[in-house]
Design a binder for this molecule. Structure first.
Ligand code: SF4
Ligand code: SF4
Length: 164
């Protein structure tokens, strides 16, 4: 486990309140520049955090799986769409289609994704801190600090130069 993941594990609960407060403050500063900063910090932090040392999203948050995800993954597995849905998909409390188990049924013992090349869009885009979309998902970042060490450290680095 990398130092940043250990550090996240040790401090995530204690920092929860201040991260929420910080995100509230960021809402008043939504801008292209903030999105660009999110992109930069995302690149920086993911150079230090290896998802294969973590896999916490795959073990704790069932991903949304849309219609084209289902068609693509079923085709990749050589399964009929209907059979794939019965075996792997359920509806969450909002009525969205999600993977039916946590940890995800496609997570392997070495933390690799069995369907990596065709994984759901939601998995490809998690944790939504880059692609100029940082400010679009501010509320989510406040929650994700508890699940994703990268989000935690991106916010920590922002707070260091933009304190609450
Ligand atoms: S499909 Fe792959 S990337 Fe997505 S949650 Fe499952 S194991 Fe993780
Ligand atoms: S929780 Fe974050 S750091 Fe961990 S595997 Fe998922 S995206 Fe990577």
């Amino acid at each position: 486990m990398t130092d940043l993941i250990k550090d996240w594990n040790n401090r995530k609960a204690a920092k929860n309140k201040s991260h929420k407060k910080f995100v509230k403050r960021l809402k008043q500063h939504r801008s292209k520049r903030l999105d660009q900063w999110g992109d930069q910090l995302h690149e920086q932090v993911f150079k230090e955090v290896d998802c294969l040392d973590c896999a916490n999203c795959c073990t704790s948050i069932p991903p949304l799986v849309n219609k084209s995800d289902i068609n693509r993954i079923a085709k990749h597995l050589g399964t009929k769409t209907a059979d794939f849905k019965v075996k792997y998909i359920t509806q969450d409390e909002d009525g969205d289609q999600v993977m039916n188990a946590s940890p995800c049924p496609f997570l392997e013992s070495d933390n690799k994704c069995q369907i990596y090349e065709v994984r759901p869009k939601a998995c490809r885009e998690y944790p939504h801190t880059n692609q100029q979309e940082f400010t679009k998902h501010l509320e989510l970042h406040a929650i994700n600090t508890q699940y994703c060490p990268a989000v935690f450290h991106i916010l920590e680095r922002m707070m260091a130069s933009f304190p609450v």
